[in-house]
Design a protein around this ligand. Structure first.
Ligand code: SAM
Length: 237
């Protein structure tokens, strides 16, 4: 992968960036996504934020080599602290991290999201944490994608601010409101894999001494298995 040849996963993220957007890519690593967005005309300017020195240096180098120093600012900062009001950011991308980490970056930096029109988020796991954050913070899910690359399955969530109250039920939070509507083959494969894991864990827990913690874990698992069985009532994944 490089700035010209992105992974399928990052290409899908890039597809959701609106033309002319001023993008903050948080956790940019090599800044491949930011460089790609500038080269392909989707973004007019970008900030690439990184918390770790090594990837930050790689991002600086990549931006320099691509001749994009005038268009991409690379900053060493945690989460949305990479964004300054004068950047005029209109879209934020955060990809390749866990959903809980992405949700905590958004929560901690939400004062820096003023003026942002779109969040494009690609959690590797636990997308539910992002959907919950969206509901609680006035963001609606306008699109969701699911894709498979090198046998890994990824979800992408696109959020836009709304003044209306957002409501998602337990099923929509777990599976994603848009993905649940589509239920394509990759979606079915993802949840089939998850179901196998949950059932194995539930079985192990059955043979473990029951503490408060174990009981809560078991209840959560059984709740998820019940939701899954409802969704796949006709398919039995
Ligand atoms: N976004 C790229 C992608 O999707 O291919 C890189 C993903 S890489 C697995 C995650 C990157 O996020 C790492 O470079 C890590 O240092 C950075 N990171 C993790 N937590 C961060 C935070 N709170 N703020 C900024 N960057 C962070």
């Amino acid at each position: 992968m490089n700035a010209q040849q992105l992974s399928v996963r990052l290409m899908k993220v890039a597809e959701h960036v609106q033309p002319g957007a001023v993008v903050a890519d948080i956790g940019s690593d090599h800044a491949y996504l930011a460089c790609y967005l500038l080269h392909n005309g989707s973004a007019s300017r970008a900030v690439a934020g990184e918390i770790v020195k090594g990837p930050y240096e790689s991002a600086k180098k990549q931006v320099r080599e691509e001749g994009l120093e005038g268009k991409i600012t690379v900053r060493l900062a945690p989460g949305l602290e990479a964004v300054e009001p004068e950047d005029g950011i209109t879209a934020v991308t955060i990809a390749g991290m866990g959903g809980s980490l992405i949700a905590s970056i958004l929560e901690e930096g939400k004062s820096r999201l003023a003026g942002v029109e779109r969040l494009i988020l690609q959690p590797n796991v636990h997308a539910q944490a992002i959907r919950l954050w969206a509901v609680q913070n006035g963001w609606r899910i306008v699109a969701e994608d699911i894709l498979k690359e090198k046998d890994k399955i990824y979800e992408i969530l696109v959020l836009e601010p709304t003044a209306e109250e957002v409501q998602l039920d337990a099923k929509q939070l777990l599976f994603g409101p848009k993905l649940l509507q589509d239920q394509n083959d990759i979606f079915k494969e993802k949840w089939k894999r998850e179901a196998t894991q949950w059932k194995a864990i539930a079985e192990r827990l059955e043979n473990t001494e029951e503490t408060e913690d174990i009981r809560t874990k078991k209840e959560q698992l059984l709740e998820k298995i019940a939701l899954m069985e409802e969704v796949f009532a006709d398919e039995n994944p």
